[in-house]
Design a protein around this ligand. Structure first.
Ligand SMILES: Nc1nc2c(ncn2[C@@H]2O[C@H](COP(=O)(O)OP(=O)(O)OP(=O)(O)O)[C@@H](O)[C@H]2O)c(=O)[nH]1
Length: 235
């Protein structure tokens, strides 16, 4: 795709959060590459960038996989940076469910219009289950968000359908916002003579995986700089 085409492409940023070891990295890589990788580098936040086709339209997606965000280190910067948020817990860990519930409340306190979904991972480990599906579903209904139980290891279809649904929701929000912004800039353009043209920055091409240190992510300037990062790292 040409750079000039890509500069008009919709872009969605997603923050994947949840307690350590729930499968955030495995989920992100599964969604983007269809592969399951058992072990990942710990204590590292990862930023993934990839162009996807969702509902026959290209979309530039950035996903930040925030490593083990304990409540004391609530990833506020990542939540403000993101257009949508995925909260993950592990059905074999009740503490990860309590943690996810607290994260959900805090996310909705600071970004109440942001699309959020909750994924209950490791449904293949039924014999170790500590959290019933109905518990996750109930809390999600109470907060008006999407919920699915999945197994990243077993490649549940719901991983793809739920991410796609959330990306569509973001795109719709953005196009509604854009059309409102367009009418305002058009009106201003008529008044000051710019014909409503808003300058746009060119965006990068291709899929990218950026490895960064956990502490860096809380500095928003670092995230902004990374948007122009082109080096790749193996998964
Ligand atoms: N059985 C099973 N194991 C899984 C599943 N998803 C992830 N795992 C395993 O769970 C462990 C943790 O996965 P990660 O993706 O590293 O978890 P994380 O949430 O990113 O962990 P932190 O980096 O510590 O925050 C790994 O051993 C994965 O192989 C799943 O669906 N089923």
């Amino acid at each position: 795709m040409k750079t000039e085409d890509k500069s008009n492409m919709a872009k969605v940023r997603i923050a994947v959060i949840g307690k350590s070891n729930v499968g955030k990295s495995a989920l992100t890589v599964r969604y983007l590459t269809r592969r399951f990788i058992g072990e990942y580098r710990r204590n590292t936040d990862l930023l993934y960038r990839q162009t996807l086709t969702v509902n026959n339209a290209s979309l530039e997606v950035e996903i930040v996989d925030v490593c083990s965000c304990e409540l004391a280190l609530f990833p506020e910067e990542a939540i403000y940076w993101a257009d949508a948020c995925v909260i993950v817990y592990d059905i074999t860990s009740r503490t990860s469910f309590s943690h996810a519930t607290e994260l959900l409340q805090r996310v909705q306190q600071i970004r109440n219009q942001m699309p959020v979904m909750m994924l209950a991972n490791k449904s293949d480990l039924e014999h170790l289950r500590q959290v019933e599906e109905v518990e996750g579903r109930t809390i999600s209904i109470q907060h008006g968000i999407q919920f699915n139980e999945v197994s990243v290891a077993e490649n549940s279809d719901a991983i793809y359908s739920s991410f796609d649904l959330m990306l569509n929701e973001c795109r719709n929000q953005q196009s509604n916002h854009k059309s409102r912004k367009f009418s305002v800039s058009k009106m201003l353009g008529t008044l000051i003579g710019t014909n409503g043209k808003v300058p746009q920055n060119p965006t990068n091409q291709g899929g990218t995986v950026v490895v960064c240190h956990k502490s860096d992510l809380y500095k928003s300037r670092v995230l902004k700089r990374r948007q122009n990062f082109t080096a790749t790292a193996s998964l």
